[in-house]
Design a binder for this molecule. Structure first.
Ligand code: C5P
Length: 224
């Protein structure tokens, strides 16, 4: 039979990343951070001097990404190695996210990553985090969640994350960036960000991480 998949889609800063890693841990399932794959293509392009509009070269990079994901026991963090170099931190920068959303708007690049994403499914089950997990990559998933939050709340969360890490940040710049990325992700021609028809939408603006997690686990138990 099919292996269980829960998809979690939504805009950046909606809390998907945190919720997905907690869900994977709670259920003992595998985790796909599909955004990391688009970020890796953007980073590989930078390393190899490939322009973000050179579709053919980007497709080759995407199809041959030399990447390893490793989880350190007892830690929530995943270490990501690209072409032998640890890139976990450079992947998370705003610049890399912005570049990722540019390469992600190219259909052939998305196609080149499709099978790699599906290969994350194991018999244990998969939590799939992204923008098109429920609509394109795993249309048969038993549970599809669409997480949203107001742009202001998402900017606040990101701002607080950066401040807590001791990094400088401008709330207005973050808000501008989030709105630009939302527009690009929602208005692109291929695999735009939108809820699948059978997705459950959850507005997390006023919810804590614990409340969101409890709600998704509750839905998962109803389906299981
Ligand atoms: O989720 P994250 O911020 O890491 O994603 C970076 C960018 O990759 C997003 O802004 C989006 O443009 C793109 N992306 C996508 N499809 C996915 C995951 C991410 O287009 N499934």
């Amino acid at each position: 039979g099919r292996f269980p998949v829960i998809t979690v889609d939504g805009p950046s800063g909606s809390g998907k990343g945190t919720i997905c890693s907690l869900l994977a841990r709670e259920l003992g399932w595998n985790l796909l951070d599909s955004g990391a794959l688009y970020r890796l293509v953007a980073l590989a392009a930078r390393h190899h001097g490939v322009a973000l509009d050179d579709v053919d070269a980007l497709v080759i990079l995407a199809a041959h990404l030399d990447v390893q994901f490793s989880t350190v026991e007892d830690q929530n963090e995943v270490t990501i190695i690209l072409e032998g170099e640890e890139v976990s931190n450079s992947l998370r920068t705003e610049d890399c996210g912005a570049d990722a959303s540019v390469v992600a708007s190219l259909g052939p690049v998305r196609d080149a990553l499709l099978e790699r994403q599906r290969a994350f499914v194991t018999e244990l089950g998969l939590i799939a985090d992204g923008r098109d997990m429920g609509t394109v990559v795993f249309p048969q998933a038993e549970l599809k969640v669409y997480l949203t939050a107001s742009a202001e709340e998402r900017a606040n969360r990101r701002y607080n994350q950066l401040i807590n890490k001791g990094l400088g940040a401008s709330l207005q710049a973050i808000l501008d960036d989030i709105q630009a990325r939302d527009a690009r992700d929602m208005n692109r021609a291929v695999a735009p960000l939108k809820p699948a028809k059978d997705a459950i939408s959850l507005d997390t603006t006023e919810l804590s991480i614990e409340e969101v997690l409890a709600s998704v686990l509750d839905q998962a138990r109803h389906k299981g």
